[in-house]
Ligand binder design. Structure first.
Ligand code: ATP
Length: 239
């Protein structure tokens, strides 16, 4: 039923100027799920997230959060509906300390900022140890952790859109990022995970969609896709 759906994307068409990038894209994310959106370079994964956030609005189709339309809202309004996006570039302020980064992110929240920041430090001990370190001097994994922590400050988040959180990270650090995602999900955060690293994403996800040149070409449980060697090879280039 639509009431257990955190997110519904129905038949969206998205353009950059005259360039048509998403064709009739439909997907859904149920309350509490981790859903992977995978596909090769340039397939339109980031554009799907940008459409959901209202950064590159879909020209047509339907986008709903908890059964209510968010299509046409600007990114700030979408954020207030509980959707938080972590872009590929992991926006952290490299010249600022960890604590300054968190204070800036918490600035727009209504609740007691300091209390929420301390909750973040309880959850991410690696950030706690580095409160006064400049973010730009941290490892890629630590910066990803800080980006996730920043996304969780500000308005209450119940749907996290993650764009390639494993990009550029060493395998051991990817494992740390996986644990964070799993842990957040266990605490009730629903996740839509965009990944180039299909095996990582499918290992975490409940269900999966494959995008190919702007179209959804496969939808199944993550386990089913992982076990489907011809689909893995055809769509994702995994041997
Ligand atoms: P990647 O993992 O390489 O980022 P992706 O699946 O996220 O790939 P998108 O970034 O969504 O793919 O790009 C989809 C298509 O839209 C590509 O052909 C890309 O060149 C094009 N595109 C992306 N951003 C723009 C833009 N700002 N203007 C014009 N075309 C764009």
């Amino acid at each position: 039923s639509s009431s257990s759906r955190r997110l519904t994307v129905d038949s969206i068409e998205t353009y950059y100027g005259d360039s048509h990038v998403l064709f009739d894209v439909s997907l859904s994310v149920g309350d509490g799920e981790i859903v992977a959106l995978v596909g090769r370079n340039g397939a339109g994964k980031t554009t799907t997230l940008r459409s959901i956030m209202g950064l590159t609005p879909a020209k047509s189709g339907r986008i709903e959060k908890d059964g209510e339309s968010i299509h046409g809202l600007d990114p700030h309004q979408v954020r207030k509906r509980g959707i938080s996006w972590i872009p590929e570039e992991r926006r952290v302020f490299g010249g600022l300390t960890v604590d300054e980064n968190l204070r800036l992110a918490a600035h727009t929240a209504d609740t007691d900022q300091r209390e929420r920041i301390e909750e973040v430090y309880d959850r991410f001990s690696r950030l706690d140890e580095r409160r006064t370190q400049k973010a730009g001097t941290m490892s890629g994994g630590e910066q990803q952790m800080l980006a996730i922590a920043r996304a969780l400050l500000g308005p209450e988040t119940d749907l996290l859109l993650l764009d390639e959180p494993s990009e550029g990270l060493a395998p051991q650090i990817v494992k740390d990022v996986e644990s964070i995602i799993r842990e957040l999900n266990e605490e009730g955060v629903t996740v839509l995970l965009v990944e180039q690293n299909a095996e990582m994403a499918l290992g975490l996800a409940d269900r999966a969609y494959v995008l190919e040149t702007g179209e959804i070409v496969h939808e199944s449980s993550a386990d089913e896709l992982l076990a489907d060697r011809s689909a893995m090879e055809q769509y994702l280039g995994v041997q």
